[in-house]
Design a protein around this ligand. Structure first.
Ligand SMILES: C[S@@+](CC[C@H](N)C(=O)[O-])C[C@H]1O[C@@H](n2cnc3c(N)ncnc32)[C@H](O)[C@@H]1O
Length: 334
């Protein structure tokens, strides 16, 4: 086990390395103050994922309305042999935004003698717990964890990674959380960190009926609402906020023009609130925009991938065409 956090003792016995790149935490305050002062008001979705938010997200993935996770898992099962062929033997899999590292188990079992796995997430505690568990379950595999912000690119050169072709695994349609320009920038920054012959296996949720989509992001049990409200709990406890969750309601809406589901927190009545000593007001019905989840057609995804410098070599979908996985490789340099 190599703990690359200089000066700190290694604490994650089952991991081969833990690299803390110290993604800036102080920006939460700046981003909330900026978002509350803007019109319309918004908060970036990256702040959903503290330990409580990550646990709520795991519950969402089991909800009957949330088709995304079970569809992608079944698809991974079905196409496993094809993925093994595409990746070849001895691949090293790197997962940006690895969360609970659940889907990776499907991929690791499908691949031909994978050489290693690296989980990368901004939510450090959850990352370590998940990768540590994976390392205990796969004792022969070289497993590491990186606490970092994947939107700033992948910094891998200093890590003790096994040799082998690197496959970036980016499931869950996390790419859909970004506006089109930002999504292109994220993919392009991944490409910069890739070597010739490396590849990306990426999940992308598909355009479908607004009813199905809105229900997936506003379930009957209220778990997605609790996930959205967790932002309010974080602002209150970490940023000295005075937001009253009872005065806000979770809303999910399909924006056809932008091909995305939006999550908002809507003011049930006019209210005043404070964050870190600064005062803000919300009119009745005013919304705090908290997340976008863009949905793709095969054509719109291909256009995104190509604009970020990738060739789309193969795509797979479930029979109902709810969700797709795509295999991308960097375009050959001219
Ligand atoms: C929706 S979960 C997906 C988890 C898993 N890959 C899956 O598909 O089931 C998104 C994960 O990405 C992480 N995440 C979100 N934004 C991130 C960022 N900018 N840098 C690193 N991790 C991020 C969150 O902490 C969370 O664990």
């Amino acid at each position: 086990m190599t703990d690359l956090t200089l000066g700190q003792p290694p604490v994650h016995a089952a991991l081969d390395f833990f690299d803390d790149q110290h993604p800036p935490a102080g920006d939460f305050l700046r981003d909330v103050l900026t978002g509350l002062a803007a019109t319309p008001k918004s908060i970036p979705p990256v702040y959903f994922y503290d330990a409580a938010g990550s646990a709520l997200f795991d519950q969402i993935t089991d909800l009957p309305e949330y088709y995304v996770t079970r569809t992608e898992l079944a698809l991974l099962d079905r196409i496993g042999p094809e993925l093994a062929k595409r990746a070849g033997p001895g691949a090293v899999v790197i997962e940006p935004g690895s969360g609970s590292s659940v889907k990776i188990r499907k991929l690791l079992s499908a691949l031909d003698q994978p050489a290693g796995y690296v989980g990368l997430d901004i939510s450090g505690e959850h990352l370590i717990a998940s990768c540590d568990e994976l390392a205990r379950d796969y004792p022969g595999l070289h497993i590491g964890a990186i606490c970092a912000d994947f939107t700033t690119g992948l910094s891998l050169d200093h890590l003790p990674l096994p040799k082998g072709r690197r496959i970036l695994f980016f499931p869950g349609s996390t790419i859909g959380n970004f506006e089109p320009d930002a999504a292109r920038a994220v993919l392009a920054s991944f490409r910069k960190g890739m070597r010739e012959g490396d590849a990306i296996l990426i999940g992308a949720d598909r355009v479908k009926s607004p009813q199905t989509l809105e229900a997936a992001y506003d379930d009957a049990q209220g778990v997605t609402a609790a996930f959205n409200m967790n932002l309010i709990a974080r602002i209150n406890s970490e940023l000295d906020g005075t937001l009253d969750p009872a005065l806000l309601k979770h809303v999910s809406v399909w924006n056809a023009e932008k091909s995305r589901i939006e999550m908002h927190l809507e003011a049930r009545e006019a209210q005043q609130l404070q964050v870190a000593g600064r005062s803000f007001s919300l009119a009745k019905g005013e919304r705090l925009h908290t997340e976008n989840s863009h949905k793709f057609t095969p054509e719109s995804f291909q256009a995104l991938a190509e604009s970020a410098g990738f060739d789309l070599l193969e795509s797979w979908s479930d029979p109902a065409e709810l969700f797709s996985l795509h295999w991308l490789e960097p375009k050959a340099k001219a």
